[in-house]
Design a binder for this molecule. Structure first.
Ligand SMILES: Nc1ncnc2c1ncn2[C@@H]1O[C@H](COP(=O)(O)OP(=O)(O)OP(=O)(O)O)[C@@H](O)[C@H]1O
Ligand SMILES: [Mg+2]
Length: 237
């Protein structure tokens, strides 16, 4: 089989993904035990399951942040195993937007600068990066907070900045790990609505690890994990 083949309609396909961590006491822990997953384009897919099931590990692998020990991942026609580290980093920066479980904003930089960062990395001029970052700040309703450092923003605002940063390079795919995990319901609802808008108005694909029942209700596809296995994949028609 051609490794760069995608299942029709899928923008991400993972096959036979295995991940084992070596522990300090020389024993090993297999946290992904052979996962096949297809992520349909322009839909919201959620990954649910108990703590420790392997959800973050899987998200990192399908986003090229981590490598599987076995199996392969194809994203938008690119077999990630064929990229060297530099090419993989370029691909991630230009094609994928990540929102992490803990937002990972750079504490010493302002909201505006945090959003500018992926644009500067991809070679935009600082002027172009600033213009785009300001646009994104207004899209997320934080134009008035451009100069605030993360510690000067509420948790909900920090998470919105993290989403804006993920969108900076106009990726087609957003991967988000518990984006509303630490937020109250009003802030969670705002982020959820924003995700719907990204799907419906911008045709983006979203893959979201979440415990948020509202988001699970909104999802087009639900992947359930347990103990390193995908135990169920269902679609809402
Ligand atoms: N670097 C590592 N070294 C060893 N074990 C690890 C490492 N990272 C994760 N694990 C283990 O792998 C398993 C899966 O972790 P993962 O972070 O993917 O779980 P999760 O489903 O995202 O959980 P949560 O809902 O709590 O975020 C866990 O049991 C965890 O302890
Ligand atoms: Mg996790």
């Amino acid at each position: 089989m051609n490794n760069t083949m995608l299942t029709p309609g899928s923008i991400i396909s993972g096959r036979g993904i295995v991940k084992t961590y070596q522990k300090v006491d020389d024993t090993s822990l297999t946290v992904l035990k052979g996962i096949d997953i297809d992520i349909p384009a322009q839909k919201i897919s959620v990954i649910v399951g108990p703590s420790g099931a392997g959800k973050s590990t899987l998200l990192h692998i399908i986003g090229g942040l981590d490598k599987p020990d076995e199996g392969n991942v194809v994203v938008a026609g690119n077999d990630l195993s064929k990229f060297n580290d530099g090419k993989l980093a370029d691909f991630r920066n230009s094609s994928l937007g990540f929102v992490f479980q803990f937002h990972h904003l750079l504490p010493e930089f302002s909201a505006l600068e945090n959003i500018m960062m992926p644009l500067l990395i991809s070679g935009k001029s600082s002027r172009a990066a600033e213009t785009r970052a300001k646009e994104l700040l207004s899209v997320i309703g934080l134009a008035g907070r451009a100069d605030h450092k993360p510690s000067e923003l509420s948790g909900g605002e920090q998470q919105r900045v993290a989403v804006a940063r993920a969108l900076a390079n106009e990726p087609k795919i957003i991967l988000a790990d518990e984006p509303t995990g630490n937020l109250d319901s009003a802030n969670s609802d705002a982020i959820n609505e924003f995700f719907i808008k990204l799907r419906d108005e911008y045709g983006m694909t979203l893959v979201i690890v979440t415990h948020n029942p509202e988001l699970v209700k909104l999802a087009d596809h639900i992947h359930t994990m347990k103990d390193g296995l995908l135990t169920d994949s269902s679609s809402r028609l």
